[in-house]
Design a protein around this ligand. Sequence first.
Ligand code: 5AD
Length: 349
Amino acid sequence: MNAEALSLIDKLSIEHRLSAEEYEFLILNRTADLSKLLAQRACEVRNRIYGNTVFIRGLIEIGNFCKNDCLYCGIRRSNRNCMRYRLTDDEIMDCCHEGYALGFRTFVLQGGEDAQNSDERICALLRRIKAAYPDCAVTLSLGERSYDSYAALRQAGADRYLLRHETAVKSYYEFLHPKEMQFENRVRCLKDLKQLGYQVGCGFMVGAPDQTVRHIASDLVFVQEFQPQMCGIGPFIPHKDTCFAERAAGSAELTCFLLSILRLIKPNILLPATTALGSIASDGRERGILSGANVVMPNLSPSAVRKKYMLYDNKISDGEESAQCIDALKQRMKTIGYEIVTDRGDIKL
Ligand code: 5AD
């Protein structure tokens, strides 16, 4: 194995940080053997903190109306072929009810940036969920909002917030997004969320169009500086109705390599084996866990709307991706030596 790459893995294991150039070197010089070693190290540090447990989150896709027009995303506003929907508060409560019975103790409310998701609406919904399920954590993933809005949602009971930074490089952010979306605002949101006491998740796509290894190295440096409690990464997968319909998908292999690096950057980070990883490879989630991930987020949305939340082509939503099939997922995790646990799954400090 490449001696320099090996010494970088040692350095990362001990210091939990590298320079952008060093990350670039590791990524460019990765081999099957190196990835295996890195995954072993990642699993060791994760197991020391979390044992062989995997946390579950019930993902409720509350609506796909979105005012944004991100070039890569299937629910972008200019996609006329997207069948729009919006769950009612009662429908969302029903999802929580069903999820609770299945053992979920975290609900993730995810949706497009929809003006109907006013502070009033979401705060009332949060209070309802928290009153009915005081032992559950609620995670929001509703995009960019103002400081005051994040403060109100936090006050109303939101515990966590997922907002992928998408990329840490401003020029590349501008390539992936329409000009009304600004990198600075994205970063402002993440900082506000952290300051308000949310457990915060950032993240990025792997293998997005024109993404370079240098871009990815910058994302890793961003994570090591920002120190989020969570980080969601998954391969880019083209969607037929977007500008990037003809672009190649990212790989499960590089995604897993990066999961291992993220685990070593922040040993206690909550790291999901994402739906995109499960969509690109049938054994994607297992490979994610074996690379250092410790979270899976099965879909709790009503089956009637699941196919409408199509961020990319062939996004999985049935089978073991669905919350209802939690037993099958448990079995798959058991097969690789891991155990799904039923608790809030907070970060261990
Ligand atoms: N492929 C993979 N991930 C995607 N996302 C959006 N579109 C795609 C795609 N085509 C991710 C983005 C976004 C999250 C909701 O889903 O990173 O933040």
